[in-house]
Design a protein around this ligand. Structure first.
Ligand code: SF4
Ligand code: SF4
Length: 483
Protein backbone atom coordinates (compact mmCIF):
# COMPACT_ATOMS: atom_id res chain seq x y z
CA UNK A 1 0.00 0.00 0.00
CA UNK A 2 1.29 3.44 -0.95
CA UNK A 3 2.06 5.72 1.95
CA UNK A 4 0.05 8.95 1.99
CA UNK A 5 1.75 11.92 0.34
CA UNK A 6 3.61 14.01 2.94
CA UNK A 7 2.01 17.32 3.69
CA UNK A 8 3.82 20.24 2.02
CA UNK A 9 5.38 22.58 4.51
CA UNK A 10 6.59 25.98 3.41
CA UNK A 11 9.42 27.54 5.34
CA UNK A 12 8.96 30.83 3.55
CA UNK A 13 6.61 33.40 4.95
CA UNK A 14 5.50 36.07 2.54
CA UNK A 15 6.06 39.59 3.80
CA UNK A 16 3.04 41.25 5.30
CA UNK A 17 3.34 44.91 4.40
CA UNK A 18 3.49 47.24 7.38
CA UNK A 19 1.63 50.56 7.35
CA UNK A 20 2.52 52.21 10.65
CA UNK A 21 0.14 54.79 11.97
CA UNK A 22 1.38 58.25 12.86
CA UNK A 23 1.88 58.74 16.59
CA UNK A 24 3.03 61.55 18.84
CA UNK A 25 4.80 61.47 22.17
CA UNK A 26 8.27 61.67 23.72
CA UNK A 27 9.69 58.66 21.88
CA UNK A 28 8.40 59.94 18.55
CA UNK A 29 9.93 63.35 19.28
CA UNK A 30 13.24 61.70 20.09
CA UNK A 31 13.06 59.76 16.83
CA UNK A 32 12.46 63.02 14.96
CA UNK A 33 15.48 64.53 16.64
CA UNK A 34 17.68 61.57 15.71
CA UNK A 35 16.36 61.60 12.14
CA UNK A 36 17.19 65.27 11.66
CA UNK A 37 20.56 65.15 13.44
CA UNK A 38 21.91 61.97 11.80
CA UNK A 39 20.72 62.80 8.28
CA UNK A 40 21.93 66.39 8.72
CA UNK A 41 25.38 65.15 9.72
CA UNK A 42 25.51 62.65 6.87
CA UNK A 43 24.36 64.95 4.07
CA UNK A 44 26.03 68.20 5.17
CA UNK A 45 29.42 67.15 6.60
CA UNK A 46 31.25 66.95 3.20
CA UNK A 47 30.28 70.58 2.58
CA UNK A 48 31.94 71.89 5.75
CA UNK A 49 35.21 73.73 5.06
CA UNK A 50 38.31 73.81 7.29
CA UNK A 51 41.25 76.06 6.53
CA UNK A 52 44.52 74.09 6.61
CA UNK A 53 46.60 76.62 4.69
CA UNK A 54 47.62 76.57 1.04
CA UNK A 55 49.17 73.09 1.00
CA UNK A 56 46.26 70.93 2.15
CA UNK A 57 42.61 70.45 1.15
CA UNK A 58 40.05 72.66 2.88
CA UNK A 59 37.33 70.01 3.30
CA UNK A 60 36.67 69.44 7.01
CA UNK A 61 36.18 65.67 6.70
CA UNK A 62 37.90 63.99 3.78
CA UNK A 63 39.16 60.51 3.02
CA UNK A 64 41.79 61.44 0.45
CA UNK A 65 42.44 58.03 -1.13
CA UNK A 66 44.65 59.42 -3.92
CA UNK A 67 47.11 60.92 -1.43
CA UNK A 68 46.42 58.32 1.28
CA UNK A 69 45.34 60.79 3.95
CA UNK A 70 42.34 61.07 6.26
CA UNK A 71 41.39 64.58 7.35
CA UNK A 72 39.00 65.30 10.19
CA UNK A 73 38.92 68.98 11.09
CA UNK A 74 42.35 69.73 12.57
CA UNK A 75 43.43 66.09 12.63
CA UNK A 76 45.31 64.56 9.73
CA UNK A 77 45.96 60.83 9.72
CA UNK A 78 48.71 59.28 7.58
CA UNK A 79 48.67 55.63 6.46
CA UNK A 80 51.26 54.61 9.09
CA UNK A 81 48.96 56.12 11.74
CA UNK A 82 46.10 53.84 10.79
CA UNK A 83 46.00 52.66 14.39
CA UNK A 84 43.99 55.84 15.14
CA UNK A 85 41.30 54.71 12.70
CA UNK A 86 41.49 51.15 14.05
CA UNK A 87 41.17 52.58 17.59
CA UNK A 88 38.12 54.61 16.59
CA UNK A 89 36.51 51.53 15.02
CA UNK A 90 37.18 49.53 18.20
CA UNK A 91 35.67 52.38 20.23
CA UNK A 92 32.62 52.37 17.96
CA UNK A 93 32.24 48.60 18.49
CA UNK A 94 32.60 48.86 22.27
CA UNK A 95 30.32 51.92 22.16
CA UNK A 96 27.61 49.71 20.65
CA UNK A 97 28.07 47.19 23.49
CA UNK A 98 27.98 50.06 25.99
CA UNK A 99 24.74 51.49 24.56
CA UNK A 100 23.18 48.02 24.43
CA UNK A 101 24.19 47.33 28.01
CA UNK A 102 22.82 50.68 29.25
CA UNK A 103 19.75 51.17 27.05
CA UNK A 104 19.09 47.87 25.26
CA UNK A 105 18.60 48.05 21.49
CA UNK A 106 18.72 51.85 21.40
CA UNK A 107 21.03 51.74 18.37
CA UNK A 108 18.42 49.75 16.41
CA UNK A 109 15.57 51.93 17.55
CA UNK A 110 17.02 55.36 16.95
CA UNK A 111 20.25 55.58 15.01
CA UNK A 112 20.88 52.57 12.77
CA UNK A 113 20.91 53.76 9.11
CA UNK A 114 18.31 51.12 8.21
CA UNK A 115 15.99 52.50 10.91
CA UNK A 116 16.61 56.12 9.93
CA UNK A 117 16.00 55.66 6.19
CA UNK A 118 13.00 53.38 6.80
CA UNK A 119 11.53 56.04 9.07
CA UNK A 120 12.17 58.68 6.41
CA UNK A 121 10.48 56.60 3.70
CA UNK A 122 7.52 55.91 5.98
CA UNK A 123 7.07 59.67 6.35
CA UNK A 124 7.10 59.93 2.55
CA UNK A 125 4.37 57.24 2.46
CA UNK A 126 2.22 59.31 4.81
CA UNK A 127 2.89 62.46 2.85
CA UNK A 128 1.75 60.94 -0.45
CA UNK A 129 -0.77 58.25 0.53
CA UNK A 130 -2.04 59.51 3.88
CA UNK A 131 -1.99 57.77 7.25
CA UNK A 132 -2.34 54.03 7.93
CA UNK A 133 -6.02 53.63 6.96
CA UNK A 134 -5.57 55.51 3.67
CA UNK A 135 -2.49 53.43 2.89
CA UNK A 136 -4.34 50.18 3.61
CA UNK A 137 -7.21 51.29 1.40
CA UNK A 138 -4.90 52.26 -1.44
CA UNK A 139 -2.93 49.01 -1.15
CA UNK A 140 -6.11 46.93 -1.37
CA UNK A 141 -7.62 49.05 -4.16
CA UNK A 142 -7.33 48.52 -7.92
CA UNK A 143 -4.48 49.92 -10.04
CA UNK A 144 -6.41 52.92 -11.32
CA UNK A 145 -5.00 56.27 -12.48
CA UNK A 146 -4.93 57.74 -8.96
CA UNK A 147 -3.02 54.76 -7.55
CA UNK A 148 -0.59 54.77 -10.49
CA UNK A 149 0.03 58.47 -9.99
CA UNK A 150 0.59 58.12 -6.25
CA UNK A 151 2.88 55.13 -6.63
CA UNK A 152 4.87 56.87 -9.38
CA UNK A 153 5.24 60.02 -7.29
CA UNK A 154 6.18 58.12 -4.14
CA UNK A 155 8.76 55.91 -5.84
CA UNK A 156 10.23 58.98 -7.58
CA UNK A 157 10.73 60.59 -4.16
CA UNK A 158 12.26 57.34 -2.87
CA UNK A 159 14.61 57.39 -5.84
CA UNK A 160 15.57 61.03 -5.31
CA UNK A 161 16.35 60.41 -1.63
CA UNK A 162 18.31 57.25 -2.52
CA UNK A 163 20.29 59.07 -5.20
CA UNK A 164 21.05 61.92 -2.80
CA UNK A 165 22.19 59.34 -0.24
CA UNK A 166 24.56 57.65 -2.70
CA UNK A 167 25.77 61.03 -3.96
CA UNK A 168 26.53 62.27 -0.43
CA UNK A 169 28.69 59.21 0.24
CA UNK A 170 31.18 59.87 -2.57
CA UNK A 171 31.58 63.48 -1.40
CA UNK A 172 33.55 62.17 1.57
CA UNK A 173 36.26 60.92 -0.82
CA UNK A 174 36.99 64.06 -2.87
CA UNK A 175 36.52 67.80 -2.71
CA UNK A 176 32.71 68.01 -2.64
CA UNK A 177 32.14 71.12 -4.85
CA UNK A 178 34.68 69.93 -7.46
CA UNK A 179 33.30 66.40 -7.50
CA UNK A 180 29.73 67.69 -7.88
CA UNK A 181 30.72 69.64 -11.02
CA UNK A 182 32.74 66.70 -12.36
CA UNK A 183 29.88 64.30 -11.65
CA UNK A 184 27.28 66.30 -13.56
CA UNK A 185 29.62 67.08 -16.47
CA UNK A 186 30.58 63.41 -16.90
CA UNK A 187 34.19 63.95 -15.79
CA UNK A 188 34.16 62.04 -12.50
CA UNK A 189 35.92 58.68 -12.19
CA UNK A 190 33.84 55.63 -13.23
CA UNK A 191 34.07 54.32 -9.65
CA UNK A 192 32.16 57.43 -8.47
CA UNK A 193 29.23 56.66 -10.80
CA UNK A 194 29.33 52.96 -9.87
CA UNK A 195 29.32 53.77 -6.13
CA UNK A 196 26.38 56.15 -6.48
CA UNK A 197 24.49 53.56 -8.55
CA UNK A 198 25.03 50.78 -5.98
CA UNK A 199 24.12 52.98 -2.99
CA UNK A 200 21.07 54.40 -4.77
CA UNK A 201 19.85 50.88 -5.51
CA UNK A 202 20.48 49.54 -1.99
CA UNK A 203 18.87 52.55 -0.28
CA UNK A 204 15.87 52.35 -2.62
CA UNK A 205 15.37 48.62 -2.04
CA UNK A 206 16.29 48.34 1.67
CA UNK A 207 14.63 51.57 2.85
CA UNK A 208 11.74 51.69 0.39
CA UNK A 209 10.65 48.06 0.21
CA UNK A 210 12.46 45.58 2.47
CA UNK A 211 12.39 47.77 5.58
CA UNK A 212 11.80 45.68 8.74
CA UNK A 213 12.82 42.50 6.87
CA UNK A 214 16.41 43.75 6.89
CA UNK A 215 16.26 43.96 10.70
CA UNK A 216 14.44 40.69 11.24
CA UNK A 217 16.11 38.42 8.66
CA UNK A 218 19.32 39.99 7.34
CA UNK A 219 21.10 41.97 10.04
CA UNK A 220 23.39 40.00 12.39
CA UNK A 221 23.35 42.69 15.10
CA UNK A 222 19.95 41.77 16.63
CA UNK A 223 21.20 38.21 17.07
CA UNK A 224 24.37 39.40 18.81
CA UNK A 225 22.34 41.77 20.97
CA UNK A 226 19.95 39.02 21.96
CA UNK A 227 22.90 37.16 23.42
CA UNK A 228 23.90 40.29 25.37
CA UNK A 229 20.55 41.04 26.92
CA UNK A 230 19.52 39.67 30.28
CA UNK A 231 17.03 40.48 33.03
CA UNK A 232 18.98 43.67 33.82
CA UNK A 233 18.75 45.04 30.27
CA UNK A 234 16.35 47.81 29.36
CA UNK A 235 13.81 46.61 26.83
CA UNK A 236 10.38 47.66 25.69
CA UNK A 237 8.03 45.36 27.52
CA UNK A 238 4.31 44.83 28.04
CA UNK A 239 3.27 44.40 31.68
CA UNK A 240 1.06 41.41 31.21
CA UNK A 241 0.19 41.13 34.92
CA UNK A 242 -1.39 44.57 34.60
CA UNK A 243 -2.84 44.29 31.09
CA UNK A 244 -4.29 40.77 31.09
CA UNK A 245 -6.98 39.67 30.80
CA UNK A 246 -7.73 42.05 27.96
CA UNK A 247 -11.20 43.50 27.77
CA UNK A 248 -13.30 46.51 26.95
CA UNK A 249 -14.00 49.37 29.35
CA UNK A 250 -17.47 47.98 29.95
CA UNK A 251 -16.12 44.49 30.63
CA UNK A 252 -13.74 45.95 33.21
CA UNK A 253 -16.59 47.80 34.87
CA UNK A 254 -18.46 44.51 35.11
CA UNK A 255 -15.47 42.41 36.26
CA UNK A 256 -12.81 44.77 37.68
CA UNK A 257 -10.87 41.92 39.30
CA UNK A 258 -10.69 39.83 36.15
CA UNK A 259 -10.19 42.32 33.33
CA UNK A 260 -6.85 44.11 33.09
CA UNK A 261 -5.86 47.51 31.71
CA UNK A 262 -5.36 46.47 28.07
CA UNK A 263 -8.49 47.32 26.09
CA UNK A 264 -7.16 45.43 23.04
CA UNK A 265 -7.38 48.58 20.91
CA UNK A 266 -4.39 47.44 18.82
CA UNK A 267 -2.94 50.96 18.76
CA UNK A 268 0.45 49.62 19.86
CA UNK A 269 0.58 47.30 16.85
CA UNK A 270 -0.77 49.92 14.45
CA UNK A 271 2.09 52.36 15.17
CA UNK A 272 4.87 49.77 15.21
CA UNK A 273 7.31 50.28 12.31
CA UNK A 274 7.98 46.54 12.17
CA UNK A 275 4.35 45.51 12.67
CA UNK A 276 5.15 43.59 15.85
CA UNK A 277 2.74 43.04 18.72
CA UNK A 278 4.79 43.72 21.84
CA UNK A 279 2.15 41.98 23.95
CA UNK A 280 3.62 38.70 22.65
CA UNK A 281 6.80 39.41 24.62
CA UNK A 282 10.32 40.60 23.69
CA UNK A 283 11.35 39.55 20.19
CA UNK A 284 14.01 40.22 17.58
CA UNK A 285 11.33 42.07 15.58
CA UNK A 286 11.11 44.73 18.28
CA UNK A 287 13.74 47.37 17.60
CA UNK A 288 12.79 49.12 20.88
CA UNK A 289 11.84 52.40 19.25
CA UNK A 290 9.26 53.07 21.98
CA UNK A 291 6.48 54.19 19.62
CA UNK A 292 4.11 51.60 21.08
CA UNK A 293 4.74 53.21 24.49
CA UNK A 294 3.64 56.58 23.08
CA UNK A 295 0.52 54.99 21.57
CA UNK A 296 -0.44 53.01 24.66
CA UNK A 297 0.23 55.88 27.07
CA UNK A 298 -2.20 57.98 25.06
CA UNK A 299 -4.87 55.31 25.42
CA UNK A 300 -4.18 55.00 29.13
CA UNK A 301 -4.46 58.77 29.63
CA UNK A 302 -7.78 58.80 27.73
CA UNK A 303 -9.08 55.99 29.95
CA UNK A 304 -7.74 57.68 33.08
CA UNK A 305 -5.51 54.71 33.87
CA UNK A 306 -1.82 54.90 34.85
CA UNK A 307 0.69 55.20 32.02
CA UNK A 308 3.34 52.56 31.44
CA UNK A 309 1.29 49.50 30.52
CA UNK A 310 3.93 49.19 27.83
CA UNK A 311 7.17 50.46 29.31
CA UNK A 312 10.87 50.85 28.84
CA UNK A 313 12.07 48.69 31.71
CA UNK A 314 14.20 45.70 32.70
CA UNK A 315 12.62 42.34 33.37
CA UNK A 316 14.04 42.60 36.89
CA UNK A 317 12.23 45.92 37.43
CA UNK A 318 9.04 44.43 36.04
CA UNK A 319 9.24 41.56 38.53
CA UNK A 320 9.85 44.08 41.31
CA UNK A 321 6.87 46.14 40.22
CA UNK A 322 4.68 43.07 39.80
CA UNK A 323 5.45 42.26 43.46
CA UNK A 324 4.21 45.72 44.45
CA UNK A 325 7.54 47.59 44.49
CA UNK A 326 8.38 50.97 42.95
CA UNK A 327 9.96 51.39 39.51
CA UNK A 328 13.61 52.48 39.53
CA UNK A 329 14.57 55.41 37.32
CA UNK A 330 15.99 54.57 33.89
CA UNK A 331 19.30 56.17 34.87
CA UNK A 332 19.65 53.94 37.91
CA UNK A 333 18.78 50.91 35.84
CA UNK A 334 21.31 51.82 33.16
CA UNK A 335 24.15 52.21 35.66
CA UNK A 336 25.08 48.64 36.55
CA UNK A 337 28.53 47.06 36.74
CA UNK A 338 28.51 45.73 33.15
CA UNK A 339 27.75 49.17 31.74
CA UNK A 340 30.45 50.71 33.91
CA UNK A 341 32.93 48.05 32.76
CA UNK A 342 32.17 48.76 29.08
CA UNK A 343 32.44 52.47 29.77
CA UNK A 344 35.81 51.96 31.50
CA UNK A 345 37.26 50.07 28.50
CA UNK A 346 35.74 52.55 26.03
CA UNK A 347 37.05 55.56 27.95
CA UNK A 348 40.51 54.00 28.40
CA UNK A 349 40.87 53.45 24.65
CA UNK A 350 39.61 56.99 24.02
CA UNK A 351 42.06 58.45 26.52
CA UNK A 352 44.89 56.40 24.98
CA UNK A 353 44.05 57.68 21.51
CA UNK A 354 43.83 61.27 22.74
CA UNK A 355 47.19 60.92 24.47
CA UNK A 356 48.77 59.43 21.33
CA UNK A 357 47.20 62.21 19.27
CA UNK A 358 48.46 64.93 21.60
CA UNK A 359 52.01 63.58 21.81
CA UNK A 360 52.55 62.36 18.25
CA UNK A 361 55.37 64.03 16.41
CA UNK A 362 54.60 65.54 13.03
CA UNK A 363 58.01 64.76 11.58
CA UNK A 364 59.65 61.37 11.48
CA UNK A 365 62.49 59.40 10.06
CA UNK A 366 63.04 55.90 8.71
CA UNK A 367 66.33 54.38 7.65
CA UNK A 368 67.14 51.52 5.25
CA UNK A 369 70.73 50.36 5.08
CA UNK A 370 72.26 49.08 1.85
CA UNK A 371 72.94 45.37 2.34
CA UNK A 372 74.89 44.68 -0.79
CA UNK A 373 77.65 45.57 -0.37
CA UNK A 374 77.39 45.99 3.43
CA UNK A 375 80.44 48.33 3.44
CA UNK A 376 83.10 49.75 1.17
CA UNK A 377 86.77 49.91 2.11
CA UNK A 378 88.20 53.14 0.70
CA UNK A 379 91.80 53.43 -0.60
CA UNK A 380 92.79 55.52 2.47
CA UNK A 381 91.54 52.83 4.84
CA UNK A 382 88.26 54.59 5.76
CA UNK A 383 85.05 52.53 5.75
CA UNK A 384 81.85 53.69 4.03
CA UNK A 385 78.27 52.49 4.54
CA UNK A 386 75.34 53.73 2.44
CA UNK A 387 71.80 54.40 3.65
CA UNK A 388 68.49 55.64 2.31
CA UNK A 389 66.78 57.79 4.87
CA UNK A 390 63.20 59.01 4.54
CA UNK A 391 62.23 62.28 6.16
CA UNK A 392 58.52 62.74 6.64
CA UNK A 393 56.81 66.09 7.15
CA UNK A 394 53.19 65.50 8.18
CA UNK A 395 52.24 69.15 8.41
CA UNK A 396 50.71 71.38 5.78
CA UNK A 397 53.74 73.72 5.71
CA UNK A 398 57.42 73.33 4.78
CA UNK A 399 59.55 72.24 7.74
CA UNK A 400 63.28 72.69 8.19
CA UNK A 401 64.95 69.80 9.99
CA UNK A 402 68.38 68.37 10.73
CA UNK A 403 69.77 64.85 10.91
CA UNK A 404 72.78 64.18 13.13
CA UNK A 405 74.89 61.16 13.97
CA UNK A 406 74.85 59.80 17.51
CA UNK A 407 77.61 57.28 18.20
CA UNK A 408 80.17 56.14 15.64
CA UNK A 409 83.03 58.44 16.76
CA UNK A 410 84.90 60.26 14.00
CA UNK A 411 82.32 59.43 11.34
CA UNK A 412 80.88 62.03 8.98
CA UNK A 413 78.18 61.89 6.33
CA UNK A 414 77.16 63.58 3.11
CA UNK A 415 74.54 63.39 0.37
CA UNK A 416 74.73 63.48 -3.44
CA UNK A 417 73.66 67.13 -3.37
CA UNK A 418 76.41 68.35 -1.04
CA UNK A 419 79.34 66.10 -2.01
CA UNK A 420 82.09 64.57 0.12
CA UNK A 421 83.93 67.86 0.57
CA UNK A 422 81.05 69.26 2.72
CA UNK A 423 80.70 66.11 4.83
CA UNK A 424 79.80 66.68 8.47
CA UNK A 425 78.05 65.05 11.40
CA UNK A 426 74.90 67.11 10.77
CA UNK A 427 72.83 67.41 7.61
CA UNK A 428 70.10 70.01 7.08
CA UNK A 429 67.00 69.69 4.94
CA UNK A 430 63.71 71.38 4.26
CA UNK A 431 60.89 68.98 3.56
CA UNK A 432 57.90 70.17 1.55
CA UNK A 433 54.42 70.18 3.17
CA UNK A 434 52.78 66.80 3.57
CA UNK A 435 55.68 65.07 1.84
CA UNK A 436 58.19 62.31 2.43
CA UNK A 437 61.70 63.13 1.20
CA UNK A 438 63.99 60.17 0.42
CA UNK A 439 67.73 60.96 0.66
CA UNK A 440 70.82 58.85 -0.08
CA UNK A 441 73.27 59.31 2.80
CA UNK A 442 76.87 58.12 2.76
CA UNK A 443 78.50 57.61 6.17
CA UNK A 444 82.25 57.25 6.31
CA UNK A 445 84.15 56.25 9.46
CA UNK A 446 87.91 56.36 10.16
CA UNK A 447 90.22 53.44 9.48
CA UNK A 448 89.99 50.80 12.19
CA UNK A 449 86.32 51.43 12.97
CA UNK A 450 84.61 48.22 13.92
CA UNK A 451 81.09 47.08 13.31
CA UNK A 452 78.78 48.93 15.70
CA UNK A 453 75.27 50.30 16.29
CA UNK A 454 74.64 54.01 15.95
CA UNK A 455 71.65 56.36 15.63
CA UNK A 456 70.40 58.92 13.14
CA UNK A 457 68.73 61.69 15.16
CA UNK A 458 66.13 63.89 13.49
CA UNK A 459 65.27 67.29 14.98
CA UNK A 460 63.00 70.12 13.86
CA UNK A 461 64.78 73.41 13.20
CA UNK A 462 61.75 75.67 13.54
CA UNK A 463 59.90 76.96 16.56
CA UNK A 464 57.87 73.82 16.95
CA UNK A 465 59.56 70.98 18.75
CA UNK A 466 59.63 67.54 17.28
CA UNK A 467 61.97 64.81 16.23
CA UNK A 468 62.64 61.15 15.86
CA UNK A 469 65.44 58.60 16.16
CA UNK A 470 66.36 55.61 14.04
CA UNK A 471 68.93 53.08 15.21
CA UNK A 472 70.90 51.23 12.59
CA UNK A 473 74.17 49.39 12.07
CA UNK A 474 77.53 50.33 10.65
CA UNK A 475 79.33 47.39 9.00
CA UNK A 476 83.10 47.22 8.83
CA UNK A 477 85.69 44.61 7.83
CA UNK A 478 86.71 42.27 10.64
CA UNK A 479 90.11 43.08 12.12
CA UNK A 480 92.96 40.75 11.28
CA UNK A 481 94.02 39.49 14.73
CA UNK A 482 96.87 37.28 13.42
CA UNK A 483 99.36 40.13 13.14
S1 SF4 B 1 -2.16 50.15 22.97
FE1 SF4 B 1 -2.15 49.48 25.09
S2 SF4 B 1 -4.32 49.15 25.51
FE2 SF4 B 1 -4.16 49.22 23.30
S3 SF4 B 1 -3.83 47.09 22.72
FE3 SF4 B 1 -1.81 47.96 22.97
S4 SF4 B 1 -1.29 47.44 25.09
FE4 SF4 B 1 -3.50 47.19 24.90
S1 SF4 C 1 7.07 46.73 19.46
FE1 SF4 C 1 7.11 48.86 20.13
S2 SF4 C 1 9.23 49.30 20.61
FE2 SF4 C 1 9.17 47.40 19.45
S3 SF4 C 1 9.52 48.06 17.35
FE3 SF4 C 1 7.31 47.97 17.65
S4 SF4 C 1 6.73 50.04 18.27
FE4 SF4 C 1 8.93 49.89 18.48
Amino acid sequence: MLSPEPAKVSYYEKRKAVFPKVVSGPFRRFKWLMLVVTLGIYYLTPWLRWDRGPYAPDQAVLVDLANRRFYMFSIEIWPHEFYFVAGLLIMAGIGLFLITSAFGRAWCGYSCPQTIWTDLFQHVDRLIDGDRNAQLKLEAGPWNAAKLFKRGLKWSIYLAISFWTGGAWIMYFADAPTLTVDFWTGQAAPVAYATVAVLTATTFIFGGFMREQVCIYMCPWPRIQTAMLDEKSLIVTYKDWRGEQRGSVKAKERQPDVIGDCVDCNQCVAVCPTGYDIRNGPDIACITCGLCIDACDKVMVQLDRPRGLIDYATLEDCEHERAGGQRRSILKTALHWRTLAYFGVWAAIGAGLLFALGTRTRIDLSVAKDRNPPFMLLSNGEVRNDYTIKLRNMEARPRPMSVTLEGLPGAVMWTDEMGRESASRELQFTVAPDQTKPVRVYVVAPQGTEEEEFTFVLAARDREAGGDRAETRFDAPEEDHDE
